[in-house]
Ligand binder design. Structure first.
Ligand SMILES: [Mn+2]
Length: 302
C-alpha cells in the first residue's frame, strides 16, 4: 500500500474548563486545560524534523507538524450545565466534521456524556465506550446531583441509541458501590475489569481482553477519568480511591489501545489538589502518547 493511501489520523486537543457538575467530588478541574497545555508544551519541544524518538519502543515515530492541533477551549457557559455540555459536544463534533480525532481535557466527569453525545451524533453505526475510571458513573439521578452529573455520565451515555453496552467496558473500577449499580450492570450487560483483575493480568493481557470486547463495534470513544490512576501517582483528582492503576500501566494502555479509539476525553484532573503539577503532567503524557501511537490505526498496537 502506498504511504499516501494509508489512513493517517490527525488530532485536535480541546479544553473544556467546566467543573459546575462537581456536586460530590472536589471542584477545581476547570483549571486543568491550561495546566495540561503548559505541560504538553514541554513534550512538543521534543519533536524534530517531524519525528519523535520513543524510548519505550526504541524507535522513531512520525510527528508531523499538524499531528496534534491545539484548539483552545470549548465555549462553556459557567452557570449553565446543559449549555456547557452542549459546547463540549459541539467541540467534539467540529473535529469529527474535519476528519480529525478529538481529544478533550475537562473539566469534570459530566463531560463523559457530552463527549460521547457529540461523537455519537457525528458518526453512523455502533459506538463502544472504553471507560477508565475508579468509579462506575452509573447513577441515574438524585436530588443532590440531578440527572447530568459527574456520577451519571456513563449512565446517560448508555442511553444514546447506538451506544452498545456489549461493546463497552469499565476498566480500573474498584472498592465499593451501590447494589443498584450492580443490578444495572447485570441487566444491561456491561463488562467490568476491576483494578484487581487489571493488576493480575498486566497491561498487555488486559489490552487483549479490552480489544476483544470492543471487537465488532464501528467506533470507540475512550473516556478516561484520571482517578483510575492510584492517588499516589495522580493526587490532582476529584476524588481519591486507593488501589488504582500505576502511571506506567495507563501509559502502556494508551500505547496498546490508541489505534482502536477515535476519540479520547481525560477528565477530573484537578490542579487545586495536585502536587507539583504531577497529575497535569501525566495527563499531558497520555495525550501525547495517544497522538503518537494512534496516528496509524492500520498498524495495530505498537
Ligand atoms: Mn471517577
Amino acid at each position: 500500500m502506498r504511504r499516501s493511501a494509508v489512513s493517517e489520523r490527525r488530532f485536535d486537543l480541546w479544553g473544556v474548563p467546566f467543573d459546575g457538575a462537581s456536586t460530590l467530588g472536589w471542584p477545581g478541574s476547570r483549571y486543568a486545560p491550561e495546566k495540561v497545555r503548559a505541560a504538553l508544551r514541554w513534550m512538543l519541544m521534543r519533536a524534530q524534523d517531524e519525528r519523535v524518538y520513543s524510548i519505550d519502543t526504541g524507535r522513531l515515530h512520525p510527528f508531523p507538524t499538524d499531528l496534534l492541533r491545539i484548539r483552545g477551549d470549548a465555549d462553556v457557559v459557567a452557570h449553565d450545565l446543559m449549555a456547557s455540555l452542549q459546547a463540549c459536544s459541539a467541540a467534539v463534533a467540529a473535529s469529527v466534521a474535519e476528519s480529525r480525532v478529538p481529544i478533550v481535557i475537562g473539566g469534570d466527569d459530566s463531560l463523559l456524556y457530552a463527549c460521547v453525545k457529540g461523537f455519537h451524533d457525528s458518526h453512523e453505526g455502533s459506538i463502544g465506550i472504553l471507560h477508565f475510571d475508579a468509579h462506575l458513573d452509573l447513577m441515574d439521578e438524585n436530588r443532590q446531583q440531578g440527572r447530568f452529573s459527574q456520577s451519571s455520565g456513563m449512565r446517560r451515555a448508555l442511553e444514546l441509541p447506538r451506544v452498545s453496552a456489549e461493546h463497552s467496558i469499565q476498566v480500573g473500577v474498584r472498592n465499593f458501590n451501590f447494589p443498584s449499580s450492580h443490578e444495572f450492570i447485570e441487566r444491561i450487560g456491561l463488562a467490568e475489569m476491576p483494578a484487581t483483575e487489571f493488576h493480575e493480568l498486566g497491561p498487555a493481557a488486559a489490552a487483549d481482553r479490552i480489544l476483544s470486547r470492543l471487537d465488532g463495534c464501528d467506533h470507540v470513544w475512550w473516556a478516561f477519568d484520571i482517578d483510575v490512576v492510584d492517588p499516589s501517582a495522580a493526587p490532582g483528582a476529584g476524588a481519591h480511591e486507593p488501589g488504582g492503576l500505576t502511571s506506567r500501566q495507563v501509559l502502556d494502555c494508551v500505547r496498546l489501545l490508541a489505534y482502536r479509539c477515535e476519540g479520547l476525553s481525560i477528565v477530573e484532573v484537578n490542579p487545586l489538589m495536585d502536587a507539583h503539577d504531577m497529575t497535569s503532567i501525566l495527563a499531558a503524557n497520555l495525550v501525547f502518547n495517544f497522538a503518537v501511537f494512534g496516528q496509524a490505526p492500520q498498524m495495530g498496537p505498537l
